[in-house]
Design a protein. Structure first.
Length: 331
């Protein structure tokens, strides 16, 4: 099936110019319009007009909401989304929520004001009822995160429960019984539970081990956070012998703290990361981690969004991708 890129190539014009013609933008010469129409006819390219009829001319702009763009996971995710979007004649604008509900709302409101055609949410701060109201203004796609039982929004994600379970079970099978845990959010004792928390608790429970609250570190995101976690662990009277972290950044910080305090990894503290970012291969020792298929996630999310903008209902409302356990030298 021909794409907008094929039309651009055949007409000898840029994809942005083709998009402007398709969306009836002003200030496009008749000569360029004719070239686009000729290329479309030769290629038998027919854009689906349903979304345009419902909402008027599109902005050809898709918003992507992340918590922190400086996290390499989100950088790679946005890169994959942008490549697909550009190929289809869309531009991408990135927003950082910083886990702030009001900031996230302001991004959603851009659809209401017709400044965005749709939003891909890689982080979610507001609840289902709030997000649902904005579906009247354009499509929303979840990627990385999701809201359970919210069937009105398609999602692309991994099985976070299974991934966390696998990482913690690896440590348990090595004989560790005091396993610390870092999460980017909260934990059940703080009033919130998410899938990775469930995976951590499930693995411990199968070995008859109760969660020790002092081994749980919440709201940890950065290398600096990991360093603080590492220092806290090595100051404990009864120290954990292993730690399962929520990201490779945090894991790298834990390893840095171990070096600073002349502690050995994995002999004194085993470390498991999450994501398999480039940093995982350059820490010393190299980091054992959970690899997420970030490029596939981004591409699939972008395609779901573009299908929705073209009026197509996705055949699968929920796509769950496989992770891969990558054993290196920190366990």
């Amino acid at each position: 099936m021909p794409t907008i890129s094929d039309v651009a190539k055949r007409s000898g014009l840029s994809k942005s110019t083709v998009s402007r013609v398709l969306n009836n933008y002003p200030h496009v010469s008749e000569e360029k319009k004719e070239r686009v129409q000729k290329a479309m006819a030769e290629l038998e390219y027919t854009p689906n007009p349903s979304a345009r009829k419902m909402r008027g001319a599109l902005t050809t702009t898709i918003g992507v909401v992340v918590t922190r763009i400086v996290n390499p996971f989100f950088s790679y995710l946005v890169n994959a989304i942008e490549q697909v979007a550009y190929e289809q004649g869309y531009q991408v604008v990135v927003f950082q929520s910083n886990e702030d509900q009001e900031k996230e709302l302001s991004f959603l409101q851009l659809m209401q004001h017709k400044q965005l055609d749709g939003i891909i949410m890689a982080s979610i701060e507001n609840d289902e009822e709030v997000i649902e109201t904005y579906l009247a203004y354009g499509p929303i796609v979840f990627v990385n995160e999701y809201i359970q039982h919210m069937n009105t929004v398609p999602s692309v994600r991994i099985n976070h429960i299974a991934a966390a379970y696998e990482g913690v079970m690896h440590l348990l099978n090595q004989g560790h019984r005091r396993i610390a845990y870092c999460t980017g959010g909260l934990f059940e004792q703080q009033g919130q539970s998410d899938d990775r928390n469930i995976g951590y608790k499930k693995a411990l429970a199968e070995k008859g081990i109760e969660v020790d609250p002092q081994f749980v570190f919440v709201n940890k995101h950065t290398i600096e956070d990991g360093e603080s976690v590492g220092r806290a662990i090595f100051q404990m009277k009864e120290q954990p012998t292993a730690v399962f972290t929520g990201s490779d950044e945090v894991a790298a910080g834990v390893i840095a703290a171990a070096h600073e305090l002349n502690q050995r990894v994995p002999e004194d503290l085993a470390v498991v990361g999450f994501d398999d970012q480039p940093i995982a291969k350059i820490t010393y020792p190299k980091l054992t981690t959970i690899k997420q298929p970030v490029d596939d996630m981004g591409r699939l999310a972008a395609n779901l969004m573009i299908e929705a903008l073209n009026g197509t209902t996705p055949t699968e409302n929920e796509t769950v991708l496989e992770t891969k356990f990558v054993e290196r030298d920190t366990t």
